[in-house]
Design a protein around this ligand. Sequence first.
Ligand SMILES: NC(=O)c1ccc[n+]([C@@H]2O[C@H](COP(=O)([O-])OP(=O)(O)OC[C@H]3O[C@@H](n4cnc5c(N)ncnc54)[C@H](O)[C@@H]3O)[C@@H](O)[C@H]2O)c1
Length: 358
Amino acid sequence: MIAKKDRRLRVGVLGCGPIAQFAHLESCVKAANADLYAICDAAPDLLARMGATYEPQKMYGDYDAMLADTELEAVIVATSDAYHVPMSIKALEAGKHVLCEKPIGVSVEEGQKLAEAVKRSGKVLQVGHMKRFDPALEAARDFVRDEMGDILALKAWYCDSTHRYTNTDAVQPLPVTSKLARKPAGNPKADLRQYFMLAHGSHLVDTARFLVGEITAVRARLHEKFGAYCWFVETEFANGALGHLDLTVAVRMDWHEGFQLYGQNGSVIAKTFNPWYFRASEVDIFHEKDATSRKPLGADGHFFRRQLEGLADTVLDGKPQRGATVEDGLASIRAMVAIARSVESGERVELAGVTGAV
Ligand SMILES: NC(=O)c1ccc[n+]([C@@H]2O[C@H](COP(=O)([O-])OP(=O)(O)OC[C@H]3O[C@@H](n4cnc5c(N)ncnc54)[C@H](O)[C@@H]3O)[C@@H](O)[C@H]2O)c1
């Protein structure tokens, strides 16, 4: 059992849908330095079921009422993408810290608006790019930062599998659903290019930025065949590294995610697993100086719990923010928009100039 600390962040989860059920509710209960103080959902049946299972101190059918609770310190926004920015701004304006699911927003303008709201509020906002809390990827990032020297190139891939739901159905609890759940108008899967980019591309872009830093420009191609979507993205980084990102949905094979990173003083090869296995990536860090490899075990693969603990470390103990900031979230939106525009035009697109939605 994880020992609870004396001072714990009082967290309210907005949304009791699948992502809350698979990740955030349990993360709050397990976190060493946070508690599941409140839950909120517009669907009363879902709220009652999750209340009975996770026993928060408070339950709310109305988000404004939860935000008016003076005991509440932070909100996890676990709703569909279209609500991320408005619900995060509401929380910040009510004086709460925020952990918001990825992607942080769907357009550059929305991301900018949120960045301004974060600055005005003086509160902490962390984007739910939980892969930054995969302990083996953290070890890779530490090597890049401290020992690797100049980076030559990154090749990274994120390929969802045709067998993905067979895999996840085998390990996840059955989600509790409700006809009363609040959803944005329209079908988010109506435009699959946009949907796959927001759902999956956001992870790929953030992992690339986490390891190598700012992406400045992209040139992207999209190949659609037999129902599969394959983006190949030539990527320029501010530090001069070459990049190649591969987003494929879905490959006719197992989940396929990872990267190869070549540097002056070593290299890193990583294989990342379907997140619902809660298993740290297999990472091989090669040190040129003694021609040996190090493979961190990363025994604690609960990156969703770890990201919440990271937020609480920052809020309660003033530790530097380890998770993605609102600027990271905005940079990811810019990269995804640039990829979309480059696919349309066939041209190289600089991130600094992009506007509009993914
Ligand atoms: N980090 C990851 O790897 C990962 C994986 C899967 C999904 N996600 C993210 O999770 C999000 C989708 O989560 P989901 O599938 O659980 O969403 P969902 O829409 O199925 O459920 C959201 C719940 O929030 C409730 N809700 C929404 N707005 C509300 C409001 N204003 N007041 C009260 N209740 C409200 C709804 O009633 C619903 O029950 C997406 O942004 C997706 O990108 C992240």
